[in-house]
Design a protein. Structure first.
Length: 132
């Protein structure tokens, strides 16, 4: 299914408060593409990949890589930015748990490219010890 954040902006005009809905310039989709849990059915236990489309349904773009489970979504109106956390099944057991690699991705509405990965656990591990 898809998700549209419900956001409102309030302004006071002539002593009266006016509330209007703010609609992001995209639709967010969570799509289960394969049976990653091995249960024989596609359900909530399987990895759900994040996609966006324009509000008219055109321009389908994947936000998270295949095999990653889109977990959390944070929408920021300023800059029309969407943050998506996704878990990669590091141990290959078909479950997406805290022991797997979590990465946040940033998508700015109106851009043609994919979401940009932010620093994840694997990148920190690869970089070695942090600077002090």
């Amino acid at each position: 299914g898809y998700w549209i954040p419900r956001l409102f902006e309030e302004q006071t005009v002539g002593g009266e408060t006016v509330r209007r809905a703010i609609v992001p310039p995209f639709l967010l989709w969570r799509v289960v593409e394969s049976d990653t849990s091995g249960a024989g059915v596609l359900d909530r236990r399987d990895a759900a990949r994040a996609y966006v489309t324009d509000v008219d349904g055109s321009g389908l773009r994947a936000l998270t890589p295949a095999g990653h489970h889109a977990k959390e979504f944070v929408y920021r109106q300023r800059g029309f930015t969407l943050l998506v956390s996704a878990i990669r099944d590091v141990d290959g057991n078909g479950q997406f748990t805290s022991g797997d690699d979590l990465t946040w991705y940033r998508y700015r509405a109106g851009t043609a490219g994919p979401a940009v990965p932010l620093v994840g656990a694997a990148a920190v591990e690869e970089a070695g010890r942090p600077l002090r």
